[in-house]
Every structure is written in structure tokens, then in C-alpha cells.
Design a protein. Structure first.
Length: 232
């Protein structure tokens, strides 16, 4: 028998290879199996005949190590899940948190989809369903982000000449709860002298650090929380 090192490289892509008595005589199947295992390829065989012959179509091959494809499926399913979860009306933080990283979710979903389309072959119904769901996730995330892009219609007119008597100023700060540079924020607020101060991610420590502004801003709503959802 001629070893596969000689005959497998010869046909062009999609060329047909016939292995007679594959599986009937031990050596007829062992040599091709060893060759394909060594090359980390797994041709898609078509069994024919009573003597267990096989027809192989060169080029219709998959990586024997399916770790990459499996990894893409896992990542894709996670992306689909974090896209679907926020569609519910539940207010749990571990659900609502996925309303925010839409750009990151879109990038991961798009890359996963592109790589999967490149690697996948001989699609099954499951493959089509996975690609369709992942594509829908990309489109939905893009739809949700579109109003905040330059391509969307402007919803609020720019003020060309604000009048002081009909305007108010605001300082908004995401303090980053673990940050302890409160002195710099107090300095910024004093310089801006805003009509309204809004700080988020404030815990009890941050509330105390901003306490001095209760003298100049008498109407206050304090809701410090230790889970980064506090506000002052």
C-alpha cells in the first residue's frame, strides 16, 4: 500500500480520494489515520460499499483540535446571554449592568462571528441558529447605540446664547468609590460654583467629604451605598 504521504498531497482542493477496504483490513485504515492524526486534520469521510471503503473530498477538513471552535461557541453564547438578559424588566444589578458595555459586547460579538464564519464548515442547523443569534445580538447592540452616534438625528438644539436668568450650571462627578482624592473634587466644585452638584459611586466616606457643600446647597438628597450605586 502506498503511504498517504505520497497520495494525499496530490489532488487539488475538492479533489476526490478513494480508500478501498478502509476498516476492512487493519493496515488500510491505520496508515491514513496515523497520517491525519500527525497533520492535525480530520477529513470528512463518506462510507461506501460493503468492504468499508471511504471517499474523501480534499479541502473539506476540520481542525482535529476543536478547542478554538468550542471556545468561540462559549464566548458567543455568553454574548447572546448578556444581550438577552437586559430585555427583561428586572432591576437586579447583575442584569442591568449589561445595559452599559454595549460597545464592548458588540466588538466581542462581531469578532466571534467573523472568526466562526471563517473556521466553520459544513453547517448544521445548530451552526445556522448560532450564527443567526450572534448576528441578531450584533444588530441589536448597534441599534441601541445608534441614537448616541453622529449619524443619529440631533434631539436637542445647541444653545447659541444662554441667558443667565433661564440657565443653571451643574457639576457631575463619577468619583470612583475607591478613590480617596476628595480634595481635588472639592477644589473643582469651589471653582465652578455650580447651581447643582451630582456625584455618583458615593459611599459613606464620600458623603462626609462633600458635607461642606450642604451649607451652600441646602436642598440635598443623600443616598450613599457601598456597592458603587450611591449618589449625592
Amino acid at each position: 500500500m502506498v503511504h498517504p504521504d505520497r497520495w494525499y498531497p496530490q489532488p487539488v482542493k475538492n479533489g476526490v480520494l478513494i480508500i478501498d477496504e478502509y476498516g476492512h483490513w487493519p493496515g488500510s485504515g491505520q496508515a491514513p489515520d496515523d497520517y491525519f492524526n500527525r497533520g492535525q486534520i480530520k477529513p470528512l469521510p463518506y462510507r461506501v460499499g460493503y468492504n468499508c471503503g471511504f471517499i474523501l473530498i480534499k479541502g473539506r477538513e476540520h481542525l482535529k483540535d476543536a478547542a478554538v471552535t468550542n471556545f468561540l461557541v462559549v464566548v458567543g453564547m455568553l454574548v447572546i446571554a448578556v444581550t438577552v438578559l437586559p430585555l427583561s424588566r428586572k432591576e437586579d444589578w447583575w442584569i442591568r449592568i449589561f445595559d452599559f458595555p454595549r460597545l464592548q459586547i458588540t466588538v466581542v460579538a462581531a469578532l466571534t462571528l467573523i472568526i466562526y464564519l471563517i473556521l466553520a464548515d459544513d453547517y448544521t442547523f445548530g451552526d445556522y441558529a448560532f450564527v443567526a443569534a450572534l448576528s441578531a445580538s450584533v444588530l441589536y447592540q448597534g441599534y441601541m447605540m445608534f441614537p448616541y452616534t453622529r449619524f443619529a438625528r440631533q434631539q436637542v438644539q445647541r444653545s447659541r446664547g444662554p441667558e443667565p436668568e433661564s440657565s443653571f450650571s451643574i457639576v457631575f462627578a463619577n468619583v470612583l468609590m475607591d478613590n480617596r482624592n476628595a480634595a481635588r473634587l472639592r477644589e473643582i466644585i469651589r471653582e465652578a460654583d455650580p447651581d447643582l452638584i451630582l456625584a455618583v459611586e458615593t459611599d459613606d466616606w464620600w458623603t462626609e467629604q462633600l458635607r461642606e457643600f450642604e451649607k451652600t446647597h441646602t436642598f440635598t438628597v443623600l443616598q450613599p451605598q457601598a456597592n458603587t450605586y450611591g449618589r449625592v
